[in-house]
Design a protein. Structure first.
Length: 211
């Protein structure tokens, strides 16, 4: 692991990822959500819980391998829950343990079944732009105290899942809907000012419940 890259990642905050099985969304009779505008998306998500665990957690949250020890910014997770209130996202994450990599910069194996102390943080600004019909793709940015995540999102056809492909601000290019849909091979990772193709999976898949 390049020392400069490790140093940059160590200064980043932990990522958004989520947890768990959840009850299906019930919008009520005649209450089909409008996911074709930013306001419609936020109205739909208000009061809901977004959860992810297991296979829904990507191998490279925010573009960095879950198997690499990045110290406090390691990307190995057991689960995270996001709760939407007042237009902002409260994120409660439970880190897993990277086995076989006791020192920063080493590569081991992420074990989500060995949880560590939970972490919580809440967004201060959420920006959604360039929304396509039915929320098939939209650009999104989450601002938290001390860091910012940018990328693109997409709802499933039944509005029961939300996919978010996110990177730390400045860490990637091509992670927007103009470049392609969520998960498409359009992302270039920025490392020490140079752009290289991103070959990992950074798509976080959330189950939507409540509201």
């Amino acid at each position: 692991m390049n020392k400069k890259l490790l140093s940059a990642v160590m200064t980043s905050a932990l990522c958004l990822v989520g947890c768990g099985e959840a009850d299906p969304v019930d919008n009520g009779p005649g209450n089909t959500p409008n996911l074709s505008t930013s306001q419609g998306i936020m109205t739909f998500l208000e009061g809901k819980t977004l959860t992810m665990r297991g296979d829904d957690i990507p191998s490279h949250p925010n573009g960095f391998s879950e198997d690499v020890n990045f110290g406090a910014s390691s990307q190995c997770y057991q689960s995270v829950t996001m709760s939407v209130q007042g237009g902002n996202f409260r994120v409660d994450s439970v880190p897993g343990t990277i086995e076989g990599a006791p020192n920063a910069g080493q590569t081991g194996t992420c074990n989500p079944d060995l949880p560590q102390n939970a972490l919580s943080f809440t967004s201060t600004v959420v920006s959604i732009e360039n929304v396509s019909a039915d929320g098939e793709c939209f650009d999104v940015a989450f601002t938290y105290p001390g860091f910012r995540q940018v990328g693109r999102g997409s709802f499933s056809a039944d509005q029961r899942k939300l996919d978010l492909e996110l990177f730390f601000e400045g860490g990637a290019t091509g992670a927007n809907c103009a470049a392609g849909g969520v998960g498409s091979a359009s992302v270039q990772q920025v490392i020490q000012g140079n752009s290289v193709p991103f070959n990992g999976n950074a798509v976080q898949s959330y189950v939507i419940s409540g509201g």
